[in-house]
Design a binder for this molecule. Structure first.
Ligand code: TRP
Length: 331
């Protein structure tokens, strides 16, 4: 039984790229009885960027509802909201006291984020700088053995191992489990409506939880197709319709669509209509579930609180090990 832990960014309603590329594979891993999974929504990390209480709250609900709608078994894994187990903030403080500023200054994520801030140095907050220590605390607090992460998070995992070893060396006692990063082998590439990688920042997303009317508008308006006459042959790869169709309707259906396009007499309007129907019908269960959760935030809170309670039990034991090692009392 391996203990796996993942922090989920709370960036709002997950889109098709998030769902197929990251969420669905993570859920099948979490539901695997050979693993013991800790999954949390990293809403304390969100505060480095979001300064709006409603947005912060709603983003967390949307992410939680999406994971549950896609079949996460919250009984089998420990699914919680980071801010419901604030012990991570305590541990982050301790870790801060063992990690050199000069190392944090080398963090790629920090350099990228601060370089992209439009309104200058004034908005580079300290939380952004110590972000990797809170992330290290998230991991070390639960004796996590494996942490599935994207390439962009590898350095944070190195920091986590590094700070754990520094504390061990300084205090001459081993209190932490050293976690290993696991990079996903085949990351599914989901094209956006403009053909580039689907991402919120490019505004090219397909939001499968939207109602059919909104989906229709978005597909028709945002996917640019050429003006080849209906009867003429078309290049199926001249826009992302067939690639998206393959992801939601399957390769065989997409190959058939491509044949029809190449043959002529089949228009982009037909192809878009088929894509729309596949998205609307293919995810109808998930859409209904998502809406059901979003309409009952009390039920979402109950799920997340139950997870937080189980997480807190583990956190309590680990934190006491650390507190005693540092010269504080166990609580
Ligand atoms: N920083 C991670 C990201 O941007 C999210 C995260 C926070 C995380 N805490 C974590 C991931 C702990 C893994 C483990 O994706």
């Amino acid at each position: 039984m391996a203990r796996i832990l993942t922090g989920i960014q709370a960036t709002g309603i997950p889109h098709l790229g998030n769902l197929l590329g990251a969420i669905r594979p993570a859920i099948s891993q979490a539901n695997d009885p050979d693993n013991e999974s800790f999954l949390f929504i990293a809403d304390m990390h969100s505060l480095t960027q979001i300064k709006d209480a409603n947005t912060l709250r709603d983003n967390t609900y949307a992410v939680a509802a999406a994971w549950l709608a896609f079949g996460l078994d919250a009984r089998r894994s420990v699914f919680y909201r980071q801010s419901d187990v604030p012990q991570a903030a305590e541990l982050a403080w301790y870790l801060n006291c063992f990690f050199p500023v000069s190392r944090l200054e080398l963090a790629h994520s920090f350099k990228d984020k601060t370089a992209n801030l439009k309104d200058g140095a004034a908005s580079v907050n300290t939380g952004l700088f110590t972000y990797p220590m809170l992330m290290s605390a998230d991991i070390l607090l639960y004796d996590a053995e494996f942490v599935p992460v994207g390439k962009d998070q590898m350095q944070h995992l190195e920091f986590t191992r590094d700070v754990a070893k520094r504390l061990h060396n300084a205090m001459q006692t081993e209190v932490f489990v050293l976690p290993e990063a696991v990079t996903q082998e085949s990351v599914m590439l989901v094209p956006g409506l403009d053909g580039e990688k689907m991402s919120k920042s490019r505004d090219n997303t397909l939001n499968i939880f939207d109602d059919p009317k909104a989906l229709k508008k978005r597909i028709n308006k945002e996917i640019e197709t050429d003006a080849t006459a209906l009867e003429d042959p078309k290049d199926p790869d001249s826009n992302p319709v067939t690639r998206l169709y393959a992801l939601v309707a399957g390769d065989a259906a997409a190959a058939h669509m491509a044949d029809q396009l190449r043959a002529g007499g089949y228009g982009w309007g037909h192809a878009k209509k088929a894509l729309l129907e596949a998205v609307v019908d293919g995810f109808s269960t998930e859409r209904d579930e998502y809406n059901r959760w979003m309409a009952d935030r009390g039920a979402l809170d109950a799920e997340l609180h139950a997870g937080a309670q189980r997480a807190a039990e583990v956190a309590h034991g680990v934190l006491n090990r650390v507190r005693v090692a540092l010269g504080y009392g166990a609580l």
